[in-house]
Write a protein that binds this ligand. Structure first.
Ligand code: THU
Length: 129
């Protein structure tokens, strides 16, 4: 399943709309039911409207009625794996603060984290489960 998610994140990265930063990101989330949902970053000439790949993947999972995310794969074309930005960590945490986060480069370098370590003491007080 993780291998499929990595392939999906690599593939969806090619659809990223990043003409301003040229930094393309692909993401894939795995749900408890074994479903896969993908997202890529979508930039805009009004820069602040940019949506990150991880949040796009969570949006896709949510639209499919699946919030029970067990793993998020993030793929970038960098020397070292890229970890999710702070905003994405917060959004991922509301799906599952204990999910596995796999950060990969296109070349295959990989680091794995528990989201709990990337965002300790997340703000979840107001969120429904
Ligand atoms: N980006 C992501 O897609 N995910 C992150 O976690 C960090 C940044 C995107 C946003 C923007 O399109 C580009 O990377 C450069 O910041």
């Amino acid at each position: 399943m993780v291998e499929r998610a990595i392939t999906a994140a690599v593939d969806v990265r090619s659809h990223a709309w990043a003409p301003y930063s040229t930094f393309k990101v692909g993401a894939a989330v795995i749900t408890a039911s074994g479903a896969l949902h993908v997202g890529c970053n979508v930039e805009n000439a009004s820069y602040g409207l940019t949506q990150c790949a991880e949040r796009a993947a969570i949006t896709a999972a949510t639209a499919a009625g699946q919030r029970d995310v067990t793993c998020c794969v993030v793929v970038t074309d960098t020397e070292e794996p890229t970890t999710p930005c702070g905003a994405c960590r917060q959004v991922l945490a509301e799906a599952n603060p204990d999910m596995l986060v796999i950060c990969r480069t296109v070349a295959g370098a990989e680091r794995r984290y528990s989201l709990r370590d990337l965002l300790p003491d997340a703000f979840l007080s107001f969120s429904r489960s």
